[in-house]
Design a binder for this molecule. Structure first.
Ligand code: DQA
Length: 152
């Protein structure tokens, strides 16, 4: 069954404690619970995972299919990981990149995302609401796709 996956990269397990001026006060568990509930309400399966190990994230992305949808906060790998970028492109899974903070309004190195060019779009600076908006988009995207499949 096609699912919406929410993958969080390094240090995002520390949300709630970590630099709340940038990342807010909500924990990762709270954010995950909210976005999964939004998908489940409309009968779509959604699952969330976090890792501090780049190889794990690569394996998870490689296990997706192009029928899935990925909401990804790559954390600091946003700015460095050609491997994650290549994995998204290889699998052709539709992806939205999410950042809690506005990466364009911080240190210069954060403004550059090597992941963004292989994504549908990027949500940055809206805090935890960014995940909610990405989930709403993902749900619409998946519904539109299943309608197209039913018509064909
Ligand atoms: C982040 C922004 C990154 O630059 C940073 O390394 C993070 C979090 C964000 O959600 O704002 O870990 O992805």
């Amino acid at each position: 069954m096609a699912s919406i996956w929410v993958f969080h990269g390094p240090n995002l397990n520390l949300l709630g404690l970590r630099e709340p001026e940038h990342y807010g006060s909500r924990t990762l568990a709270e954010i995950n619970q909210e976005v999964v509930a939004i998908a489940n309400q409309v009968g779509i399966n959604a699952e969330c995972r976090q890792t501090n190990h780049e190889g794990d994230l690569l394996d998870w992305i490689q296990s997706l299919t192009c029928d899935d949808f990925l909401i990804l906060n790559p954390g600091a790998w946003t700015h460095t990981s050609y491997a994650i970028r290549d994995a998204i492109r290889a699998v052709r899974v539709p992806t939205i990149e999410v950042h809690l903070s506005n990466i364009h309004a911080r240190e210069a190195f954060r403004a550059d995302s090597v992941i963004a060019p292989v994504c549908i779009g990027q949500v940055s600076g809206l805090g935890a609401d960014g995940y909610v908006l990405a989930m709403r988009y993902a749900i619409d995207y998946q519904k539109r796709r299943s309608e197209l499949v039913q018509q064909s």
